[in-house]
Design a protein around this ligand. Sequence first.
Ligand SMILES: Cc1ncc(COP(=O)(O)O)c(C=O)c1O
Length: 371
Amino acid sequence: MSEQKKLRPASAVVAAGRPPITADGELNPSISLNSTFHAPNEVGYGRYGNPTWSALEDAISALEGGRTLVFGSGMAAISAVFNILPRGAVVTASKHGYSGTMSLLKKLVEAERIEVRYVDVSNTDEVLAALPGTVMLWLESPTNPAMEVADLPAIIGAAKMMNIGVGVDNTFATALNQQPLAMGADISMNSVTKFLSGHSDVLMGSLSTNDSALFTRLEEQRKLGGAIPGPFESWLALRGIRTLAIRMKQSQESALELADRLSKHPKVAKVRYPGLPSDPHHETAKKFMKGFGAVISFEIHGTPADADKVCGASTLISLATSLGGVESLWERRHRWSAESPSIPENLIRLSVGIEDVEDLWADIDSALGYY
Ligand SMILES: Cc1ncc(COP(=O)(O)O)c(C=O)c1O
């Protein structure tokens, strides 16, 4: 595109990653199905780069700041980060987080690759106390599925004063709601699978950074690890990210409404959503988050079997894992054995899509009547 003024995020994500304007030129990037490129070249080979990845990377960079690398999944992106740590590195990490990340950390500890100090990220004093001697702080906020919120500006600021590397899994909030790089983090990571691509049809991950030396090391991990995305998936994700702002607006507006109604429902024991003024993390979140995302966790007055009945009784909301798509999904998280024992057995995680909020509520209310 021609030189543009600094755009607001909702516009930047629409404008970025487009081919240069030429007579009859393409408006959208093509899907580049090439494993190799003519010499002389900068990219050369399809495991090193691809024009369709680059277009998506530009769009993610327009949101996150910095420069972006896309990977074949969110886990591939997270693995690339942990792979560059020296043997024996001490990592401070969220004690609750995506179960795949938690399992990866456990495996790395068992293999004596790294040491991990697990902290409650919503307890800033606890995080700061763990930092001396830490090589990298890995934060997830809000955490999946506990929905705890870390005071990101305070914690990132303190870690950077101590020269500690900071990575933030930004999947739940997205860069529309919080910008870890602008707060000083070294890496902002996304499971692009979720809100960024937004249609539950793609698996992909991303790492964004302002540090060019770190970028080069992570790019080398992608080249050598080979966990690259496909060009078609990259194109789908790029198409999805164009509508991120409008999807997020609708989903989080509905999430707030549903969280409020759930909190007043006689069968619901506890709702976890940082957008609710009564939520213990609301005050922290309000300080720096522009919106509170579209994932709600809640516990029912009932057994895990009752929670399974509820999730199985919906007709609009699908009983399925994952989140961040246009379609609402829910599940009892402990149907997965990898879920943390400190997450309640009857906790249901609901990812709110873009359906009409009244239809969603009617579905939830009726499903709660099934036990
Ligand atoms: C917060 C978070 N981070 C990372 C991941 C992993 O992403 P992917 O499934 O794309 O590998 C997930 C997946 O659910 C997630 O929720």
